[in-house]
Each structure stands twice: as C-alpha cells, then as structure tokens.
Design a protein around this ligand. Structure first.
Ligand SMILES: Cc1cc2nc3c(=O)[nH]c(=O)nc-3n(C[C@H](O)[C@H](O)[C@H](O)COP(=O)(O)OP(=O)(O)OC[C@H]3O[C@@H](n4cnc5c(N)ncnc54)[C@H](O)[C@@H]3O)c2cc1C
Length: 453
C-alpha cells in the first residue's frame, strides 16, 4: 500500500471515544485523523436498519440519562431519535421455571424477608461507596478490596441467599463481567462512578430512562463532521516510534504523526506490534484489562402483544435466565420491539450455541416471560460481541485484582507520544457511551495542554 498521510495527531479507533477526541482536536485547530479497523464507525454502538420498522435498531449501547451530558448534547446535535423508556404496566421476573409479575420497583416473587435483605445488601454497597476515597486506589480499604475478586468480597459480607445473589448479579448486568474475574475495588468504584446501581437501573429519571433509536448515528454524525479524516478498514498493525514521531502501519497505508491516541480496548492494543516495545508496565497492564461478555438481541413483532396482558415488557431473572429484556417500541407504536440482554453469566448460556440454537434460546426465554407469541417475531437480530474481531467482547474492559492500586493515576498518564482513551479510561460513567466521550475529551485535553517535548 503506497498511501502515506501525515497529521499532528492520529486516533486509533473510530468508536465514540476516538471520534469525539478527534473532533475536540480538530475544533482546537489540530490536524487529526481517525483510523478505524472495521468498514464502519461506532464500535460498540451498532444500529442495523430494520426493514420492518423502516428505522435503525440497536445491538450495542442505547440507554442514556440527562446526567450523561456529552452524549445528550450529541444526540441533539445529530438529531438522533430519543425515546422515553416505556414502563406502564407490570414487570416480570423469571425464577427457575416459574414466572412472577409485579409492579416496577419490586422484584416479583421475592418474599418480604428477602426484599429486606436485598435492601440491606444495597446499603452495604453504598456504604463502601462513601468509605472509599475520591482517588479509589488510595488507602487501606482500597488495598484490601483490590486483593480480592468482587465475588470473594460479596461472599465475605453476606450469607447465601437473595441478598447475596442480588449483589453478585451487578457485574454481569452492568459490564458483562463475571464476579469471579473482576477486582472488588475495580467493580465497586466503577459502579460508584456511574451513579450506583439504583440510578443505573432507574427507568424514571436514571440511567435507563431514555433510549436512542440508532445510537450509531452519533458516531456517523461525528465522522461526517470530520469529513475526509476518518479512514475505514485501516486497522493499525504496527507502530514505529521515536522522539522524532510515530508511524502507524495500517491496512490502508502508512500514517505519520507527532502523537497517537489509542481509543480501543487494551485487548485490541495487544494485537498491535510496537517498535520499540511499549514499557513493560504498560504492556502487562493491557494483559490484565480484559473484556467481558455481552450479547444482545432485538425481536420485532407485529404489535406489542405483552401490553394487552398488562405487562410493560420489562423482564428480569433471579435465576440467570437472562440479564434483562425491555420494550423499546416507544409510547404509541404500531409494532412491538423487544430487546434481550445476555451479559456475564447469562451470556455463557447463549454464546457457545450455534446460530439457530442461539435464536431458539433467546426467543424461548422471551416466550417464557411474555407468552408464546414471542416465538414468532417478524424480524430478529442477534449480536454476540465476543465473536467480533475488533471488539473481542463487551461492554467494557475491566481490571483484574491487584491492578488498580498498582497503577492508580498512571493508568491515564501518557506513555511517550501515546495517550489512552476509550470508555474504560473514564473516571465517571466508565463503561457507558458517556464515559467513552469523557475519556476521549480527556485524552484530547492532555494533548492540547501538554506541548510536545
Ligand atoms: C450490548 C451492549 C449494550 C450496551 N448498553 C449501553 C447503554 O445502554 N448505555 C451506554 O451508555 N452504554 C452501553 N454500552 C456500552 C457502550 O456502547 C460503550 O461503552 C461505548 O460504545 C464504547 O465506546 P469506545 O469508543 O470506548 O470503544 P469501542 O466502541 O469499542 O470503539 C473502539 C473502536 O476501535 C476499533 N479498533 C480496535 N482495534 C483497532 C485497530 N487495531 N486499529 C483501528 N481500529 C481499531 C474498533 O473497531 C472500534 O470501532 C453497551 C455496550 C454493549 C456491547
């Protein structure tokens, strides 16, 4: 490939984080380009066209809250359809082979004693939020929590039962992570930085209160504003660097710059060759920052048949049948649209199956919750993010025990000409679209505020 392009800054990764970083730099007068491995922008936001609905549906990030101010502003800027979460009616909880229904804000089928211990479990967690210092890697409590997995911490503080199960659900539900594989400190500070699980699951005013119809439109809008500076099918393969600058060898040619922002998952950075090698500490950090498991389905029906039964389509499970299902049809729809999420342990039920069996499994769970009509959608989409070469899992990379206290502040510090973005680098709303934008903004700011040595 003969092409050679030169800019002041190269951004590797055309997801929300990379595109936003590039926009900030461009608006500040820097010459910049984005290198994206896939033939599309958006990364973990993927919105295929639905022929039945005549609009986009979402197989990745979708929910926002007004507290997510950056993504909210971009939604307005690019006029992405934003819809209030439908929540009128009862929700459903699957417990093994039984199905219970009840009001939102409760866990249908849970007895009063379990409900009380469920509340206490959350109190315990929120107390740790308060006890951890602002820099979550500092102090004795942090050191203790980082020595254990989240699973060990929960087992230490709670006896077997519903309360324990409720806390053990959180890593899978919010980040696609198994409780046995993530540092207790990492998980707890991540939840705290996202507003805590009560806010995160709130469909009234919190993290689940509004959703887009086509979140990839945000990335497409930013790519449009970056005009000819986004290169698709341009996977970064090798990076040669010295004090003179950086040269990135890609599938679409050679790109040279003074500095580079990596806005992709550490597991993806590990696949890039560096000459000379990155410092050992940084390379080893990338090995200890893996991805979770997140699988999402969209099923389109001729009408939202569950609403006729007084159900709002909100499905949860205390036995791991799925992570959650939600009605994203909007207030007054002519079709019914359900999404179903299988994250963490629940993903392990779907991901190993072949394609027809995956569909059967997902629709079977929806039918158990909502009725046999769920077995025959007009349209069905399924995305297993662990199957994707350029994501290698989702929804956001997480640190294994012992890393956060070791790296602390240096996690986000530049390494020579390299800056680190991506939602996993955010201090607030890590793992969210908002976190991706915040981390992109922070990396761009580092470049603007630190003149090259
Ligand atoms: C099923 C699911 C549901 C979710 N739900 C929500 C939600 O409701 N609300 C919310 O806020 N968030 C949600 N998220 C999370 C949200 O989508 C992500 O946090 C966010 O999109 C991450 O953006 P990013 O730019 O940091 O990373 P990514 O989107 O992963 O972007 C990284 C980009 O880098 C590219 N890349 C990788 N390696 C290379 C290379 N070598 N060279 C060039 N390019 C490369 C990739 O192709 C990719 O485009 C969800 C995610 C999933 C998967």
């Amino acid at each position: 490939m003969d092409r050679v392009e030169r800019r002041q800054v190269i951004v590797i990764g055309g997801g929300l984080s990379g595109l936003y970083a590039a926009l900030q730099l461009k608006e500040a007068g820097k010459s910049v380009c984005v290198l994206e491995a896939r033939d599309r922008v958006g990364g973990l936001t993927l919105s295929p066209h639905s022929p039945v609905l005549g609009r986009r549906v979402d197989l990745g990030g979708q929910w926002v809250s007004q507290q997510h101010r950056r993504i909210y502003a971009l939604i307005q800027r690019y006029q992405v359809p934003l819809v209030r979460q439908f929540a009128t009616g009862e929700r459903v909880c699957i417990q093994e082979d039984q199905v219970f229904r009840g009001p939102m804000g409760t866990i249908p089928g849970m007895n009063a004693q379990d409900w009380q211990s469920y509340g206490q479990a959350f109190e315990t967690l929120y107390k740790v939020f308060d006890d951890l210092p602002a820099n979550p890697w500092e102090g004795e409590l942090a050191a203790r929590l980082d020595r254990m997995t989240y699973d060990s911490w929960v087992r230490e503080i709670l006896p077997p039962g519903m309360a324990r199960n409720a806390l053990l659900r959180l890593p899978g539900a919010y980040y696609g992570v198994l409780p046995e594989e993530v540092s207790a400190l990492e998980l707890i500070q991540k939840l705290r930085g996202c507003g805590g699980p009560r806010f995160m699951s709130d469909v009234e005013t919190g993290g689940m209160s509004e959703h887009m119809w086509g979140s990839q439109l945000v990335s497409e809008g930013m790519a449009g504003d970056l005009q000819g500076d986004v290169f698709l099918q341009a996977a970064a393969r090798r990076v040669d660097w010295s004090t003179a600058g950086v040269a990135v060898q890609t599938d679409a040619g050679r790109f040279e710059a003074e500095r580079v922002i990596f806005a992709c998952a550490p597991a993806m950075i590990q696949q890039v060759g560096f000459a000379p090698a990155l410092p050992a500490a940084r390379r080893l950090l990338h090995q200890r920052f893996p991805n979770g498991r997140n699988t999402k389905a969209v099923a389109v029906y001729d009408r939202p048949f569950w609403r006729d039964k007084g159900l709002n389509g909100h499905v949860i499970s205390t036995s791991g049948a799925l992570t959650a299902a939600l009605d994203i049809s909007g207030a007054d729809p002519d079709r019914g649209v359900m999404i179903a999420l299988f994250s963490g342990k629940a993903a392990l039920r779907v991901d190993p199956l072949d394609v027809p069996a995956r569909r059967q499994m997902v629709l079977g769970v929806l039918a158990q919750a909502l009725g046999a009509e769920a077995l025959a959608p007009q349209e069905f989409h399924l995305q297993v993010w662990a199957d994707e070469d350029w994501s290698g899992g989702a929804s956001s990379p997480f640190l294994v025990p012992g890393q956060l206290t070791q790296y602390g502040e240096s996690l986000r510090a530049p390494t020579g000409p390299f800056h680190w973005a991506g939602t996993h680098m955010a201090t607030e709303y890590r793992g969210y679209m908002e976190g991706a934008l915040a981390a992109g903004e922070a990396a761009a700011r580092q470049i603007l505020e630190t003149p090259k040595a």
